[in-house]
Write a protein of this length. Structure first.
Length: 315
């Protein structure tokens, strides 16, 4: 072989000049080769590759590593083995990139050693303007609607209502309610069946996104709050009826006292909104405009009374 074409089969380096480096190739016949293999047991099984060459990697004109096939698919010419990333790294990288991009991720299960831990990212869900649902007899209830202008508020729901179904699906527990809101597309108008004062009613409600719900809450927080001047609240049942209201104690020389409200009065309506829980009454007082006059309906000694009250301003 010409000197300029002699290369090492392991690394691809060109060999130096000289007669000592050249060994003539001797070809054996099939009979001779078989005889040598039988005579020498070491030739029956090729020893594994244990001492790779750690020199520079030789590459061809296209940039591919030379002689890698002779060492195995995972061995480059320099003898160093390629290190592959574990298979489960790629799903984790995909989840991280999708989360950074603000996209939603469908639930994913990864099998590690026989275990099946669930890797689930929170998907956007619908919001209606209720901080907490509670399981009760017949369905789920809540204490108040917040913020003003939320989906439940526009639908006419109030604290104390018992929701029995939403979008045609029966609701029995608070967890079921959250699951239904998760499956409901944002902006969808759904039928809501609820119980108030022992009567079954139906309304339509259009859900909103978390961002829209938070925006409404920020607007409500920035507004000046109304003030009535009550010292105590207690949810009670109005005598001889299925209606609940809020029994109050009045602070002296405050808007409620000046307007004529008295200790023991049971408020059942505030500014044309039914009042069935203490939290709902606090919320309605807070959203009333200071200086405005609102109609308060109370039950006193079994008699229904309408009292106009000029609202004060909460400091």
């Amino acid at each position: 072989m010409p000197a300029e074409m002699r290369f090492c089969r392991q690394c691809g380096h060109r060999l130096g000049e000289g007669v000592a480096e050249y060994t003539e190739t001797v070809r054996l016949s099939n009979t001779q080769a078989a005889g040598r293999a039988t005579a020498n047991p070491k030739n029956q099984k090729q020893a594994p590759f244990e001492m790779p060459y750690w020199g520079p990697i030789a590459r061809d004109a296209r940039g591919n590593t030379m002689n890698s096939a002779a060492m195995g698919a995972d061995w480059p010419a320099c003898g160093r083995r390629r290190r592959r990333k574990p298979w489960f790294i790629w799903p984790i990288i995909g989840i991280a990139l999708a989360t950074m991009a603000g996209g939603s991720i469908v639930p994913l299960r990864i099998n590690l050693g026989g275990r099946r831990p669930a890797v689930v990212a929170n998907a956007p869900r619908s919001y209606v303007g209720v901080d907490e649902f509670k399981t009760t007899d017949g369905g789920v209830t809540f204490d108040t609607i917040s913020p003003p202008g939320s989906a439940a508020d526009r639908a006419g729901l109030i604290g104390g209502d018992i929701i029995t179904s939403i979008d045609g699906r029966t609701v029995k527990t608070a967890d079921e309610m959250i699951n239904l809101l998760t499956m409901t597309p944002i902006g969808k108008t759904v039928d809501v069946t609820f119980i108030r004062d022992g009567e079954t009613k139906t309304t339509k409600m259009t859900t909103v996104s978390q961002a829209e719900n938070s925006r409404l809450d920020s607007v409500a927080s920035s507004q000046t709050k109304g003030y009535l001047g009550l010292s105590d609240f207690d949810r009670v049942q109005v005598p001889n009826s299925n209606i609940y209201g809020v029994q109050i104690e009045v602070r002296r020389n405050r808007p409620a006292d000046i307007a004529g409200l008295r200790d023991g009065d049971i408020i059942t309506e505030f500014n044309d909104t039914p009042i069935r829980t203490t939290d709902e009454l606090r919320s309605r007082i807070g959203r009333a405009t200071p200086g405005s006059t609102v109609k308060v309906v109370v039950v006193r000694d079994g008699q229904r009374m309408e009292i106009p009250v000029k609202m004060g301003q909460d400091d």
